[in-house]
Design a protein. Structure first.
Length: 87
C-alpha cells in the first residue's frame, strides 16, 4: 500500500454494520455487508473476517480485497508491504 496515505497506528478489527470500502477494480464505494453477500460468504466466514484499518478507513479486507484509496500509484514515494501468514 502507499505508506503516505496511511494514518498510524494501523488497527485490526471485525466488521460492523454500515462499514464501507472502495474495492480495487470497482468504481465507488461498497458496503461490506453487500460485498460479503456478493462473495457468498457464510455467517461464520463473515464473523471471522478481519479488517485492517487506518483511522476509521478500511485498508484491506484481510485475505480478500484491498481498498482503492490506499493502492500504489506512480506518485507513491514509499510502499508498505503487508502480508498474511497462516500457521
Amino acid at each position: 500500500v502507499d505508506k503516505g496515505t496511511l494514518q498510524f497506528p494501523l488497527t485490526l478489527r471485525k466488521w460492523g454494520e454500515g462499514d464501507v470500502f472502495y474495492p480495487i477494480g470497482m468504481s465507488g464505494k461498497k458496503k461490506l455487508s453487500k460485498y460479503f453477500k456478493d462473495e457468498k460468504l457464510s455467517l461464520l466466514d463473515k464473523e471471522n473476517t478481519w479488517l485492517l484499518c487506518s483511522g476509521s478507513e478500511i485498508i484491506w479486507v484481510v485475505g480478500k480485497r484491498a481498498d482503492d484509496r490506499f493502492k500504489v500509484t506512480p506518485n507513491t514515494e514509499q510502499i508498505l508491504k503487508i502480508s498474511l501468514q497462516s500457521d
